[in-house]
Write a protein that binds this ligand. Structure first.
Ligand SMILES: [Zn+2]
Length: 755
């Protein structure tokens, strides 16, 4: 009998149980446990111990001491011989990237993982899974209180399918602590050793001649124009001439030199610039013709670089983009084993998974690529860059897309969201950042459950309205399978039904009204209502119907008041910009007023308007100016209608001026322009419209001779029909005969029907 008892006790000890049940970690403000941190722990493992200590204290009120060797039962943190033996790990180096191990045994708990971050992630896994902690945002963490904590009975081993993960939201990017807590370690994540560091891609992206340029568009272009792309018979500093043997040699030399300067590098970016101007010289064209595509030429050049890299830096991967004109896979040239192709989904129809009819071309491209290369990174676009704040119901595309990327062999994912602003007003960006982080870590999790959990926890008493908002937006989008909005959707007109919009607006407002004075849920709901409010205000056909009356539910909406309140909620959320281009909340109000045609005109009455109605707005009021200070400059100019104008050097052809939200209708479109040109020849500038839902462009190229000199000319662009999906854009045309183009006003003269 006594022997039997001994055996039972021994078994219980082996199983980590006390005779009274599970071991108690803490009870009544006391604990026998210590946190054991090995003396040689790396900084992130030290952080792991401190995080565990801090959260256990917040949960139970007990502060467990952090010690080097235990005097009783313990939680072992990080890579130590005791933990290796308890977990059965013969060699820590055999763990997969970011792998985590959690195990309770013999009354102890072992938390470890791959260096540098695995142990930190193991601690967060424990806190979330076993103790109910939730890291909603950088500032909002949910910590349940417990009188009594049992030692969790756990045996978990997990490695994420993607070794590099980044939910590209500014909420995550600026805070290495929150990045670590949400298991983000990739593109844009602050590289902090204390919080586990991040996987950097040397140069970032567009390294031919843009970011951390391998070739300078000034110096190298001046001395070797033949290394750059040829367009319309002229060399331009836009992309590289990839067939040029001297350029390839020099590219290889520079890449090797860069790697010598950054010996820690694992991935180096050797990637095309952010434009469509690939080289069209005879040699490049001949290569493309004989091999099949621009991607063949690109991979052929990158392979040459990668072969040299492999000799000197065997563990380094050379990254290049599959983007725009290289999005389709090569026909003949296979990527070397140390090349990693970063596939970009910029053209995708946002509300549909990639494996669906709407995105068949992209799906096939990636599948074909996966036969022509071994390694992939993905640059996925998951927000609306034109309007971060616009409802963008793509919630259920993330998980299937990630599973598709996993199937195609992706090792690294960048989910580009509202990365440079927008904050919480970017269509529930808090939820997006959290959800995407969870799915990046494990794409097999249930989206529905995750969303429900976040919304319930984060929006509290207002959660039912938010859930309904999310649901009806998705349902409305699903009823319009023909709507192929991309990540640059200018409006909700193509999918959001008026009745749904109005109902959702009402529900969200009522929910906000109930919590608005609550210090926790008030600000969160104020931000959450911005997308639906902005969507309503931008649907002028509902609030200012051309003929007839508003819907009865909208009778009492005062447009001015609603706009002012929306802007105040944007600002209350700390938002300085509401889209990728940098539109400020104040500019948003101005844009909205412009759409209602109530924005005051600038300058003199245009001659073309005669004595009739017109709109004439300074370009700054009429459009967003992108790349200000780089490729576009806002300058004093006495000849301009407001004494200032936009100056564009004629060295590029980017759409750095783009305006949305003009009054709807048919207009004669004019632009007031001038250019600096000693001997005007060729074209100076392109002005036009682009329909983002139909993907149609209309433009006119303006000859330099027509606008050269000190005075602005009102140039007729054409008859245009504007709606919410159509923008007006202005771009130079890269012409050395024209130094600068200056833009004063955009003029719209309503076209009388029957004229
Ligand atoms: Zn070429």
């Amino acid at each position: 009998m006594r022997t039997m008892w001994k055996i039972t006790i021994l078994l219980c000890c082996l199983l980590g149980l006390s005779l009274s049940g599970a071991e108690l970690l803490t009870e009544g403000g006391r604990s026998r446990y210590e946190i054991v941190l090995p003396a040689d722990a790396v900084p992130a493992e030290q952080t792991a111990a401190r995080e565990l200590q801090s959260f256990l204290k917040q949960i139970s009120g007990v502060e467990l001491p952090i010690v080097a060797s235990p005097s009783g039962p313990a939680i072992f943190i990080g890579q130590s011989p005791e933990t290796a033996s308890a977990l059965g790990i013969p060699d820590w180096k055999r763990l997969k990237p970011d792998e985590i191990r959690l195990k309770s045994a013999g009354g102890n708990l072992y938390l470890a993982g791959d260096r540098p971050r695995g142990t930190l992630y193991a601690v967060y896994e424990l806190l979330e899974k076993e103790f109910g902690v939730r890291f909603w945002t950088a500032d909002a963490t949910h910590v349940p209180k417990r009188e009594k904590l049992e030692l969790p009975q756990i045996d978990l081993r997990y490695a994420p399918p993607f070794e590099v993960r980044a939910a590209g939201y500014d909420l995550i990017r600026h805070d290495p602590r929150f990045s670590a807590r949400t298991r983000n370690n990739g593109h844009g994540v602050v590289d902090s050793v204390e919080w586990g560091g991040s996987e950097q891609l040397l140069g970032g992206v567009h390294t031919f001649s843009e970011n951390m340029p391998l070739f300078s568009r000034d110096k190298d272009f001046a001395s070797h124009p033949e290394w750059f792309s040829e367009r319309d018979g002229k060399r331009v500093p836009r992309q590289l001439c990839l067939s040029n043997p001297e350029m390839r040699k020099e590219l290889t030399r520079r890449v090797l030199e860069r790697l010598r300067n950054y010996p820690e590098t694992r991935y180096i970016s050797v990637s095309q610039d952010d434009n469509h101007d690939f080289c069209r010289c005879a040699a490049c064209e001949a290569f493309v013709k004989s091999h099949g595509s621009q991607s063949d030429l690109l991979i052929d050049a990158i392979n040459q670089v990668a072969a040299a890299v492999e000799k000197e830096f065997p563990g380094v991967y050379v990254e290049t983009l599959a983007y725009y004109y290289t999005r389709s896979a090569p026909k003949r040239v296979r990527a070397r084993r140390n090349v990693v192709v970063r596939y970009c989904t910029i053209e995708a129809a946002s509300f549909h998974p990639l494996e669906s009819e709407a995105n068949r071309a992209l799906e096939q491209d990636l599948q074909e690529w996966s036969r022509m290369a071994d390694h992939f990174m993905i640059w996925n676009y998951v927000t609306d860059f034109t309007k971060y704040y616009q409802p963008h119901p793509n919630w259920h595309t993330a998980a299937p897309d990630l599973r598709f990327f996993r199937k195609c062999g992706a090792i690294s994912i960048y989910e580009q969201g509202s990365w440079n602003g927008g904050g919480a007003v970017a269509d529930l960006a808090d939820l997006r950042a959290w959800l995407l982080s969870k799915l990046l870590w494990n794409p097999d999790l249930d989206t529905e459950k995750l969303m429900d959990e976040f919304v319930t926890g984060y929006y509290g008493p207002a959660a039912p309205a938010v859930k309904s908002y999310l649901q009806v937006m998705e349902q409305s989008a699903r009823r319009r399978p023909d709507c192929r909005n991309t990540c640059y959707a200018p409006s909700t007109a193509g999918w959001l039904e008026p009745a749904v919009l109005v109902k959702s607006y009402r529900e969200m407002e009522q929910a906000y009204g109930r919590v608005k004075d609550d210090p926790v849920y008030g600000p969160r709901m104020a931000a959450a209502t911005v997308p639906i409010r902005a969507a309503l205000l931008e649907r002028r056909e509902l609030l200012s119907p051309p003929a007839g009356k508003r819907l009865p539910e909208l009778q009492d909406v005062d447009v001015n008041q609603a706009a002012v309140e929306t802007v105040s909620r944007m600002k209350r959320a700390g938002v300085a910009r509401v889209n990728e281009g940098g539109l400020s909340p104040d500019e948003w109000v101005e844009q909205t007023a412009r759409g209602y045609g109530v924005l005051p005109n600038d300058g003199e009455r245009p001659t073309a308007a005669g004595s009739g109605p017109y709109h004439a707005w300074s370009i700054r009021k009429a459009a967003e100016l992108h790349a200000l200070g780089r490729e576009l400059f806002w300058e004093k100019d006495p000849a301009a209608s407001v004494g200032e104008a936009a100056r564009m050097p004629n060295t590029h052809n980017e759409w750095h001026i783009q305006g949305f939200g003009f009054p709807a209708g048919t207009f004669e479109l004019y632009a007031e322009l001038r250019c600096d040109s000693g001997a005007p020849a060729g074209n100076a500038i392109r002005v036009g419209t682009y329909d983002w839902s139909r993907r149609r462009e209309f433009h006119r190229d303006i000859p330099a001779a027509e606008i050269s000199g000190e005075n602005y000319r009102a140039v007729r662009i054409g008859t245009v029909t504007l709606n919410d999906d159509i923008c007006i854009f202005i771009a130079p045309v890269v012409n050395p005969a024209v130094r600068n183009v200056w833009i004063d006003r955009i003029i719209l003269i309503p076209r009388k029907s029957g004229r």
